[in-house]
Write a protein that binds this ligand. Structure first.
Ligand SMILES: *Cc1c(COP(=O)(O)O)cnc(C)c1O
Length: 341
């Protein structure tokens, strides 16, 4: 496989840093925790969608798109990064945002990622929960196409085989950083949602025969569905890259014990993870994805899931802009509750 054969717009700040988290590791009594800073990909406060959008937006450009459309939750990081790419590339951007939480706090409905969507000049329309958001988006896109506009639609989370190429590349980048520094990696952990991140990583790791187990911490779907979504996308991604067959079903592992009340609804364990990372390592997590991923990582460490002398890399997928949509969870001293030592 050779990623340079695929069109790509180079806008991300890469490689992202790979850093140790000594204070968090000490607090938890081992293993040795490292972080892959994909929250630092550069575009409009960064995040994991930027790697995917480098490939997706290149495809949009090749097809002569005038407008890009995508969909996601109200505080979608993917929508915000798409809006930023469109601004930079001089394309129109239209978003369909789904109210998945029912939160009416103005911070949630208009600050955080929503503020940035608007700032980047994107237009958006809202939808209620439980609709087929992809179908909703295609219907709006078709109306625009009927007027002669060339519209490129991007699936939720940028998760198709094109977008997942960005995370195949991240697997190469991470292993190469570890190899250069003689860092043996024993586990990789990250938050998994629309599946593109995990699908890309698993294809990259398997294609290199790295033999490093990858664990996705789910934020929405139940385990069988999450693993099936990732596996299907991994197959399509491997096929696109000409290495069909590298990923087996057993390579795809998701733990969905940390979803809590549901998508976008942070529980006390998520808030604790956000506080621990902020107060021990000055790393900003988010309440929807990376906070839940880290809550899973922390709980699994406490349960002895990893050996004390192992090295675990947490892939920080970004999302800190969403913190400003969730201020209600951190007001009235709530942010300092359970302050780390
Ligand atoms: C979208 C997102 C994820 C999940 O990545 P998928 O590729 O959708 O599985 C994780 N963290 C953050 C901050 C995200 O925005």
């Amino acid at each position: 496989m050779h990623l340079a054969r695929f069109p790509r717009v180079h806008l991300a700040h890469l490689p992202t840093p790979l850093e140790p988290l000594p204070r968090l590791s000490k607090e938890l009594g081992g293993p040795e925790i490292w972080i892959k800073r994909d929250d630092c990909t550069g575009l409009s406060t960064g995040g994991n969608k930027t790697r995917k959008l480098e490939f997706l937006m290149a495809e949009a450009q090749e097809l002569g798109a005038q407008c890009v459309m995508t969909q996601g939750a109200t505080q979608s990081n993917h929508a915000r990064q798409t809006a930023a790419f469109a601004a930079k590339l001089g394309m129109e951007c239209h978003l369909l945002l789904e109210d998945r939480t029912g939160y009416t706090d103005p911070a949630y409905t208009s600050n955080g990622n929503v503020l940035l969507d608007v700032l980047h000049g994107a237009s958006f329309e809202m939808r209620g929960p439980d609709l087929d958001m992809h179908a909703e988006m295609e219907a709006v896109a078709d109306q625009r196409r009927a007027t002669g506009q060339n519209v490129y639609t991007i699936p939720g989370g940028g998760s198709n085989a094109t977008g997942a190429l960005g995370y195949v590349n991240c697997a190469f980048e991470l292993l190469s950083q570890a190899n250069d520094r003689s860092l043996r990696l024993d586990h990789i952990v990250h938050a998994t949602g629309s599946a593109g991140t995990q699908a890309g990583l698993v294809v990259g790791l398997k294609a290199m025969n790295a033999n490093v187990p990858l664990l996705g911490i789910g934020v929405r779907a139940p385990q069988p569905k999450q693993e099936e979504n990732v596996f299907k996308l991994a197959l399509a991604t491997a096929e696109k890259l000409g290495c069909a067959g590298v990923v087996e079903r057993t390579d795809v592992v998701a733990n969905t014990d940390y979803v809590g009340e549901g998508y976008g609804l942070p529980g006390e364990d998520t808030l604790e993870a956000i506080r621990l990372f902020a107060q021990l390592e000055s790393v900003l997590l988010d309440p929807v994805y990376s906070g839940k991923g880290a809550a899973g990582l922390i709980d699994l460490i406490r349960k002895g899931h990893f050996k004390k002398d192992e090295r675990v890399v947490f892939v920080h997928t970004g999302g800190s802009a969403a913190l400003f949509g969730y201020t209600q969870f951190f007001s009235n001293g709530a942010a300092s509750k359970g302050k780390a030592a």
